[in-house]
Write a protein that binds this ligand. Structure first.
Ligand code: OSB
Ligand code: MG
Length: 370
């Protein structure tokens, strides 16, 4: 593989409904898309999952754009590598910035699978032709609104409900949801909104039979999560804290988590995501695919990753229509009545990028060549 051209685009895409977490509310996404092309003109698409501000992690759209333009693109352009699996190593000198790196790396995987004429999910070693899906429901303006949303998602077939929590929107909300829906698969995600001082809250949540509690404590912590896990029955799931397969290995060794949320951007791309999956699978720790409010391109990459064997729990990858009035891929991602997404049969990511729509949504673009 030899990448000759990298094209960056920022698009603006308004969400159908605002999405609120403990770190803020998103109404419109700013998304960096990335297209790679080789000498023969084969192309691949990636999406940077950095958000509008450095709140989920240190990266955001503008930092990703800048580090790609000033450093990462030059490290990859014109370099002969054996396969997409080797692209990550070309960018090793740059520390962190994994979401920016993943945009390039995942685009290269799409290009490679496309050139081979095989679906990306098969090329990655995926074994599940259909993946189980859940939904992540943000903090709402009222409990009634939350209950209504849950009702609607269950009717659509989704296999598990995740609700966002934050101080003031936690114990009593979970209690209301559980009493209205006694038997559903339910979990909460705190996005690092608590400290060990809040252990009593999490002990109280044990009573509601949650599948797991996701990232309750600091984004860069493992020791306190291990302390918390000792005090509660509900499994702790780590999201923000797991940036590599080494992190996964250490978190498991510490018993800081019993479930892992894998996000392509957070770990730097498909190769590392595969290593996280392998470490967890070998340790008997189930994983699932997280989401970052992706457009169709990122969503398609998530679907491919989630077909790996260790992804045994329903993830946060759901239908395009839950986020966008009109997606940038064709066809949009849809969910079956049994709450699954079928892995696509076409080559590469298996969805066609709608160039006309991307063009219409673009607010800036930059192309770099070898
Ligand atoms: O913590 O999983 C998270 C969205 C933005 C930032 C962080 C998270 C999320 C989600 C949404 O939970 C998942 C999705 O539906 O894409
Ligand atoms: Mg999370």
């Amino acid at each position: 593989m030899n990448i000759r051209q990298i094209e960056l685009r920022e698009i603006r895409l308004p969400l159908v409904h605002f999405f609120e977490t403990s770190f803020g509310r998103t109404i419109e996404r700013r998304i960096m898309l990335l297209r790679v092309a080789d000498r023969e003109g084969a192309e691949g698409w990636g999406e940077c999952t950095a958000g509008e501000g450095p709140f989920y992690c240190e990266e955001w759209v503008d930092s990703a754009w800048e580090v790609t333009r000033a450093f990462l693109a030059q490290m990859v352009l014109g370099q002969e590598v054996e396969s997409a699996a080797a692209v990550g190593a070309l960018m090793r000198r740059v520390r962190g910035n994994r979401m920016a790196k993943a945009a390039i790396e995942t685009a290269c995987w799409d290009l490679e699978a496309g050139r081979l004429g095989v679906p990306l999910w098969r090329h990655l070693g995926g074994v599940q032709a259909e993946i189980p899906c859940g939904v992540s429901i943000g903090i709402q303006d009222s409990p009634a609104q939350l209950l209504e949303k849950i009702e609607k998602e269950l009717a659509a077939g989704y296999q598990r409900i995740k609700i966002k929590v934050k101080p003031g929107w936690d114990g009593r909300i979970v209690e209301q949801v559980r009493s209205r829906f006694p038997d559903i698969r339910l979990m909460v995600d705190a996005n690092s909104a608590y400290t060990l001082d809040d252990a009593p809250l999490f002990r109280a949540l044990d009573e509601f039979d949650l599948m797991m509690v996701e990232q309750p404590l600091a984004f860069d912590d493992m020791l306190d999560h291990a302390q918390l896990q000792k005090q509660i029955r509900t499994p702790v799931c780590l999201d923000e804290s797991i940036r590599s397969s080494d992190d996964a290995r250490k978190a498991i060794a510490l018993d800081a988590c019993r479930v892992v949320n894998v996000k392509l951007g957070r770990v730097g791309g498909h190769a590392e995501a595969g290593r996280v999956e392998a470490v967890c699978r070998e340790a008997g720790v189930p994983v699932w695919c997280g989401g970052m409010l992706e457009s169709g391109v990122g969503r398609a990459h998530n679907i491919a990753m989630a077909t790996l064997g260790g992804f045994t729990l329903p993830g946060d990858v759901s239908a395009s229509a839950r986020y966008w009035a009109e997606d940038i891929i064709e066809p949009p991602v849809t969910v079956t009545p049994r709450g699954t997404i079928a892995a696509p049969g076409g080559p590469g990511i298996g969805f066609k990028v709608r160039r006309d729509r991307v063009e219409a949504l673009t607010v800036r673009a930059e192309t770099m060549c070898a």
